[in-house]
Write a protein that binds this ligand. Structure first.
Ligand SMILES: *Cc1c(COP(=O)(O)O)cnc(C)c1O
Length: 379
């Protein structure tokens, strides 16, 4: 059967940008006229609106989300000899940030229903060397903050939020980025809030940490004297163009996140039996960065959907502890087996999800899934 209808991409940012096109076009002129390209007014403006958006006092714009995570760790003095607990079901950058500061990533399993890090697994992995727990609000849903916040407090370890997929998500009313010592967000173009290039931010209520991150991200400069370098830093700054674009898009973020919630509910109504959505915890108000489902025979399903012009993704095909660069961090026989992550990786499939996806597109994706499942059961 030839497919004559237009393809449904996995992600299409075009309609979002069309909606704010004239504002975006004006940005270039504004920034050129200002002659301030790195830092400056538009970065300060964005930082202050984004910290308010997260109910936090401070925001420091940086070059990307991975740096945001590393800079939090460095700013807290976490490094060689320290362990940082991370879920194995995440984008590799979470573990990469831990390794970049010389600390040891300790991988833990995830909940079978939400696929998120759990307090039980974290508790079992705590040792005297644990310095922090990096929780990941994966797919746009916050992890169980009701259990994880007091657990980290009791254990005396920092809770750091990797909120790269969760701009605007809430748990029991509180925004992602407001629960830990600090949180990192990414503005990679495909994220819910995306720049026109790389970008990231650290948010926190800790004034000292904010100052440390700002200094580390700017060659270790002291705020009082730009020629004083008290620490060895790096260059990881947010530029003015990205900040101006982000400010425009931040004003629409809630509207776009609401659209994602509606699309998620259409999937819920229309998905055929045998395709299982990730479960949403009752206290969570997610922003559905990704629409992840579990299916049998995933790779064949993906191919058949591709042939019908439907784009999909996999998040993530290999759990971090199975990646060649990270296998050496596995904990031998004392490790709790990472059973859920290992058994679900082959079943994960990410369906098209972006704010301007139509209900008829969702219906077409769901019908295609149903057709392929029927073919399979018919042999
Ligand atoms: C995107 C992402 C990152 C890294 O962000 P970059 O801006 O690409 O460096 C970190 N963690 C998670 C969960 C992500 O999805």
């Amino acid at each position: 059967m030839a497919e004559s209808r237009p393809p449904i991409p996995f992600l299409d940012l075009g309609a979002m940008h069309a909606q704010v096109r004239s504002e975006l076009d004006a940005v270039w002129h504004r920034v050129v006229d200002s002659s301030g390209f790195v830092g400056g007014e538009s970065v300060a403006e964005f930082e202050s609106s984004f910290s308010a958006y997260c109910d936090q006092e401070f925001a420091v714009g940086v070059a990307n989300g991975t740096d945001a995570l590393s800079l939090i760790l460095s700013g807290l003095g976490i490094g060689p000899g320290d362990e940082v607990i991370v879920p194995t079901n995440t984008f590799v950058a979470t573990a990469e940030a831990v390794c970049n500061v010389g600390a040891l990533p300790v991988f833990v399993d995830v909940d079978p229903a939400t696929l998120l890090v759990t307090a039980d697994h974290v508790e079992a992995a705590l040792t005297d060397q644990t310095a922090a727990v990096m929780v990941v609000h994966l797919y746009g849903q916050t992890a169980d903050m009701t259990a994880l916040v007091p657990l980290c407090a009791r254990a005396g370890v920092h809770l750091i939020e990797d909120a790269a997929q969760a701009h605007g998500a809430r748990w029991n009313g509180g925004p992602a980025g407001s629960f830990g010592t600090a949180a990192a967000f990414s503005f990679y173009p495909g994220k819910n809030l995306g720049a026109f290039g790389d970008g990231g931010v650290v948010v926190t209520n800790d004034a000292e940490l904010a100052m440390a991150v700002r200094s580390l991200a700017n060659h270790g400069r002291s705020e009082a004297d730009t020629h004083q370098h008290g620490v060895i830093g790096t260059n990881s700054r947010l530029d003015a163009l990205q900040a101006a674009v982000l400010s425009i898009k931040l004003a629409r973020l809630d509207e776009w996140n609401e659209a994602r919630r509606e699309i998620h509910s259409w999937y819920g109504d229309l998905l055929p039996a045998g395709v299982h959505q990730v479960e949403i915890a009752s206290m969570a108000s997610p922003v559905h960065h990704l629409e992840v489902v579990q299916v049998d025979d995933r790779d064949r399903m993906r191919e058949r959907l591709a042939a019908l012009g439907i784009g999909t993704g996999i998040h993530y095909p290999v759990p971090c502890h199975r990646l060649p660069a990270y296998e050496r961090f596995r904990r031998g026989e004392t490790a709790s087996p990472l059973h859920v992550a290992e058994t679900t990786a082959d079943r994960l499939l990410s369906l098209p999800m972006f704010p301007h996806l139509g209900r008829d597109d969702v219906a077409r994706v769901c019908a295609a899934l149903g057709d392929v499942l029927a073919e399979t059961s018919a042999g």
